[in-house]
Design a protein around this ligand. Structure first.
Ligand code: UDP
Ligand code: MN
Length: 296
């Protein structure tokens, strides 16, 4: 049995007791209908979780293709401050410009691995081919080097704690633009010709492609399935409306995530006003000029 399905073992510890009749949050949903916890501030104890995930190695997969290398510095600097502090981390930086990867001082037990990959002219192809590359490198490296994989957008920064509370066999994040929406308003792919098609009467959540992950084996399955789906779409002359995010949403509808991250974990301060029940903004979009940054 792999690490991820063992009962967690912890040493003797002192911490406040949970109260069955005093729920930690009453303003937000804490559990999906299939009993996956939804992670919000105030619902977990980092001391217990850190003991539970001791000796875990986390791989972060980020793409910095073409001009997106400019985002690496702030991403890495803020990750060193807030992401999985005290745990072993490997940053896998997939880039076509290895010479432009900045040297950032890292905490003990953390390192950068640069993986050179090809680029594509169209930005849509860059984002779609993320799944293929994650699938290939999972087999080649990730499966042998880390326990969990976290796939993250690079045009973001960490602004508060993101720790092992997110780790689970398969996790997705509620997209900040749609967490309160009716399923009909989700921007799923609605054309039946696409492999990413989801009919109007289905759907749990709209998940953001900017942050998802799980055990390496589960992320490998997800990436491989999404890549296969994009190949079938291509053969049929169709491209899903939100590219790999559409395929991710289709996959997570039929492979229920075992944890769901609240929009604390993907937020955009320029697009959205912070509601009071969002107590912390942990991983937020860095403003960018879409046309400029995506041009060659
Ligand atoms: N990306 C990249 N180079 C590109 C386009 C995209 O490296 O030319 C990667 C990068 O990691 C980025 C991710 O693909 O964070 C998703 O694209 P983007 O962030 O532009 O999509 P958005 O968040 O705006 O939907
Ligand atoms: Mn992004």
């Amino acid at each position: 049995c792999p690490d991820t399905c063992r009962v967690p073992r912890v040493p003797r510890m002192l911490y406040p007791k949970a109260h069955v009749l005093q729920p930690t949050r009453v303003d937000v949903l804490l559990m999906t209908p299939w009993f996956a916890p939804i992670i919000w501030d105030g619902t977990y104890d980092s001391a217990i979780l850190n003991a539970q995930f001791k000796n875990t190695t986390i791989g972060v997969v980020v793409f910095a293709i073409k001009k997106y290398v400019v985002f690496l510095k702030l991403f890495l600097e803020t990750a060193e401050k807030y992401f999985m502090v005290g745990h072993r981390v490997i940053y896998y930086i997939l880039t076509d410009r290895p010479a432009d990867v900045p040297q950032i001082p890292l905490q003990e037990g953390r390192r950068v691995v640069i993986l050179q990959v090809r680029n594509y002219t169209r930005w849509q192809d860059v984002v779609l081919h993320r799944m293929e590359m994650i699938s290939n490198f999972s087999q080649q490296r990730f499966l042998h080097e880390v326990d969990y994989l976290v796939s993250a957008d690079i045009d973001m920064k960490f602004s508060d704690h993101v720790g092992v509370e997110i780790l689970s066999s398969l996790f997705g994040t509620l997209h900040p633009g749609f967490y309160a929406s009716d399923r009909r308003r989700f921007t799923y792919e609605r054309r039946p010709l696409s492999q990413a098609y989801i009919p109007e009467d289905e759907g749990d959540f709209y998940y953001a492609a900017a942050l998802y992950g799980g055990s390496v084996a589960e992320v490998y399955r997800l990436a491989t399935a999404c890549h296969q789906a994009t190949l079938i779409d291509k053969a049929n002359g169709i491209e899903a409306v939100w590219h790999e995010e559409s395929h991710l949403n289709k996959y997570l509808l039929y492979h229920k995530p075992t944890k769901v991250l609240s929009p604390e974990y993907v937020w955009d301060e320029r697009m959205l006003r912070k509601p009071p029940y969002l107590r912390r903004l942990r991983y937020v979009a860095v403003p960018k000029n879409h046309a400029q940054i995506r041009s060659r």
